[in-house]
Design a protein around this ligand. Structure first.
Ligand SMILES: C[S@@+](CC[C@H](N)C(=O)[O-])C[C@H]1O[C@@H](n2cnc3c(N)ncnc32)[C@H](O)[C@@H]1O
Length: 240
C-alpha cells in the first residue's frame, strides 16, 4: 500500500516536472505568451511568494511624484502597487499588447478605486508615440515574450527623460526568463548606465539610468552607430 502510494506520488511529480520543462522549452522556442489565467495568479497573495512582488517593488524603487511606465503590465500585478508608490502627485501609464490583459487591468484598477493610472493597448515592438518623459520605465517578466528585444529596449529608452531609469525584472519562475547578461548587453548598447543590480532567490532587478542631457547626444550617437551597423548586418542574434 505504502509502496504504491510512493510510486504514484513519484509518477505525479515526474509528470508535473516533465510538463513544466516541456512548457519552458516551448516558450523559449516560440516566444509563447503567458496564458491569462497564469498571469492572473500574479494578483493573488501567493504571487508574493513565487514572484516576490513586494521585494521586486522595493528593488524597482519608484518614488512619490514620479511618472512611471509599466511596460507589458499584464493584469496589473505591479501596476497597482506602483500607483500607490508614486502617490497622488505621480502617475502610472500601463500598456500591454493583449486586449484581454488591458480589460483585466481596467477591472482591477476600477475595483481598487485608484485613479492616477492610464491604461491602453500598445505594442512595445513599435515606438510609443504619445508617451514621453518618464522618470521610470518598468519592464517586468515581459521581454522574453518578444523576439525583437533590441527594438523594445530602444523604444523604452526613447520615452525616458534624461536621468530616468529603466528597471528590468526577470523571474526564474517565468518560462520566458531572460538572463541578466542579455539585458545588460542590450541596455549598454543603447547608452544606458547600470545603476544597481539586485538578485533574490526568484530572479533579479537591474536598474539602468539614461545619462543626463549632456551625455545623451553621445548615447544617441552610439545607438545610431549600432543601429546602422546592425542594419548592415541585418541581424540581431541573441546568444542565450
Ligand atoms: C508574464 S506577463 C508579466 C506581466 C507583469 N509585467 C508582471 O510582472 O506581472 C508578460 C506581459 O507582457 C505582455 N506582452 C507580450 N508581448 C508584448 C508586446 N509586444 N508589447 C506589449 N506587451 C507585451 C503580455 O501580454 C503579458 O501581459
Amino acid at each position: 500500500m505504502m509502496r504504491s502510494l510512493t510510486r504514484t506520488l513519484a509518477g505525479v511529480l515526474a509528470a508535473l516536472f516533465s510538463a513544466g520543462l516541456a512548457w519552458r522549452l516551448l516558450c523559449r522556442r516560440f516566444n509563447l505568451p503567458m496564458p491569462p489565467w497564469i498571469a492572473r495568479l500574479g494578483l493573488s497573495r501567493a504571487a508574493d511568494l513565487f514572484a516576490e512582488t513586494r521585494g521586486t517593488l522595493t528593488r524597482i524603487g519608484a518614488l512619490p511624484g514620479e511618472r512611471v511606465l509599466d511596460a507589458g503590465a499584464g493584469p496589473g500585478r505591479l501596476t497597482l502597487p506602483l500607483v500607490r508608490a508614486v502617490g497622488s502627485a505621480g502617475e502610472v501609464v500601463a500598456v500591454d499588447v493583449r486586449p484581454e490583459m488591458i480589460r483585466e487591468l481596467r477591472h482591477t484598477v476600477y475595483e481598487s478605486g485608484l485613479s492616477n493610472v492610464v491604461m491602453y493597448e500598445a505594442d512595445l515592438r513599435k515606438p510609443l508615440d504619445d508617451a514621453r518623459g518618464f522618470d521610470r520605465v518598468v519592464l517586468a517578466a515581459t521581454l522574453g515574450e518578444i523576439p525583437d528585444r533590441d527594438a523594445v529596449i530602444g523604444h523604452l529608452v526613447d520615452v525616458l527623460r534624461p536621468g530616468g531609469v529603466l528597471s528590468v525584472t526577470e523571474l526564474f519562475t517565468n518560462p520566458n526568463y531572460v538572463p541578466y547578461r542579455t539585458i545588460q548587453r542590450l541596455c549598454i548598447r543603447r547608452g544606458l548606465v547600470l545603476e544597481e543590480e539586485r538578485r533574490s532567490w526568484v530572479g533579479y532587478t537591474a536598474n539602468f539610468c539614461r545619462p543626463a542631457r549632456t551625455h545623451v547626444a553621445s548615447a544617441d550617437m552610439f545607438s545610431r552607430t549600432v543601429t546602422e551597423k546592425s542594419a548592415t548586418a541585418n541581424t540581431e542574434t541573441d546568444p542565450e
